[in-house]
Design a protein around this ligand. Sequence first.
Ligand code: NAD
Length: 325
Amino acid sequence: MKRLLVTGGCGFIGSNFIRLVMKERPGYSVVNLDKLSYSGNPENLRDLAQNTRYTFVKGDICDKKLVAKVMSRVDAVVHFAAETHVDRSIAGADEFLKTNILGTASLLEASRACGIKRFVHMSTDEVYGSLAKGKADEEHRLEPNSPYSASKAGGDLLVRSFRVTHKHPAMIIRCTNNYGPYQFPEKVIPLFVTNLLEGKTVPLYGQGRNRRDWIFVEDACRAVLLVLEKGKPGEIYNVGSDHERSNLQLTRAILKELGRGEDMIRRVADRPGHDFRYALNFNKLRKLGFKPRWSFEEGLRTTVGWYVANEWWWLPLKKDKFTVK
Ligand code: NAD
């Protein structure tokens, strides 16, 4: 039996990851440490409430005493907990610095003290900054441009320092944009889909020319599991999908899925400092055995279908937790 500590498991990727582990790794148990910030939702894992291999602990990764206690019960760590929304980081960076840097430090220290053998730190392609052309491999320089990506890069550098200084067996994953079920509806795909389901327009930044690579969340979670089980301690692994699309192409694909026209697009002022393009070379992960299973079209159809079928999940979030632009 492997005992995993998953941080941020009530969020989008964390909850999909825990569900995958529960389904495909009967020998694993999971402790989920999550403070339930605005984007953390216990409903994301309500199907696991009775599962004896799953335990939820409500708490902050910055709480060193609690982290030390939880850490003593596990063999490995998968660290997802973070403040994640770029626009919120532009409005105010404090929470990003606390959770993404100090919280990561607290987990690294406790895991070192407990002699944890495998530690996966989930980071983002955004730490490489905007790429006019080509793809970033794991050696690419770090050039974060938003307070969010700067705080994630700060976490990455701490992981690096623990590897070099303490021989800590931590690994870093730098992943491209995820989409799929249970993504908080402030992020572009669930925001656009649910707006259209509510009969509202979709706010497209600028001309919609910015480009992202989109990975279906199940593929990203399989990559995390692969790195957890087969990755080499101390290494960095990019996770991509080779499904690069402009925001306008993405918007058109969503409109098509829902049978709506371009009159539903509302142009809004561009995000300050908006990175034009992210793109990853993930050959290193391919060599470890990774191959995305989902095409963009199939992933988007499944995602749209999920939001259509699960209004109970997203409608209260849109009403209670944030104001849609
Ligand atoms: P999310 O916002 O949906 O979930 C974050 C979770 O972390 C929430 O459950 C929240 O309650 C929890 N959390 C926040 N602060 C905490 C704290 N101090 N202590 C304990 N729990 C806390 O985010 P997500 O989209 O699932 O992203 C997960 C991770 O993956 C993040 O580290 C993010 O930077 C990274 N990532 C995300 C994407 C993406 O496209 N979503 C892409 C690349 C990397």
